[in-house]
Design a protein around this ligand. Structure first.
Ligand code: 5GP
Length: 139
């Protein structure tokens, strides 16, 4: 039978080694194996959802709390004051490990990782309709 566990579940369970930073009942955090900068950290829910929108409310809330705590510690230890939080969902968005995770990426004065995109402009009528539609579908 095929092993359905994600790579990150295997890390959480200790089957694959990691440099652990934090763990509680809901969250596991460890250093990224291919860091974009010194201190690049992954924060992962133990719940094995593939994309963020599939997470339970409880897990999402705990993940949010852990992100703030871990970010503070990374700032303290690395001495940076700037950092990026990146979270990819789906292969077209650049996700390569299909278990929800947040990247915390410290930004140094000589950091050159890119997180920019060409910008568009918002049409007032379209925006009003779109905001209304999304707003009405939030559960
Ligand atoms: P994604 O592209 O899905 O947003 O990010 C996946 C991240 O997981 C990448 O930054 C990659 O370096 C990291 N990663 C992949 N495999 C491993 C691993 O075995 N150990 C650790 N610590 N990080 C990994």
């Amino acid at each position: 039978m095929k092993d359905e566990k994600s790579l990150f579940t295997r890390i959480i369970e200790g089957e694959i080694p990691s440099f652990k930073i934090f763990e509680n009942e809901y969250v596991y955090s460890f250093l990224d194996i291919n860091p974009a900068s010194y201190g690049h950290t992954l924060v992962v829910p133990k719940e094995p959802a593939s994309s963020l929108h599939e997470l339970s409310q409880e897990s999402a809330a705990e993940l949010g709390k852990a992100l703030v705590r871990i970010s503070k510690s990374i700032l303290e230890v690395t001495g940076v004051t700037s950092y990026n939080i990146v979270q990819n969902n789906g292969s077209e968005a650049g996700q390569t490990v299909f278990h929800v995770h947040f990247h915390i990426i410290p930004r140094y004065s000589d950091s050159n990782h890119e997180l920019t995109w060409p910008t568009g402009s918002l049409d007032n009528k379209d925006a009003s309709e779109l905001a209304h539609r999304i707003s009405m579908s939030i559960m």
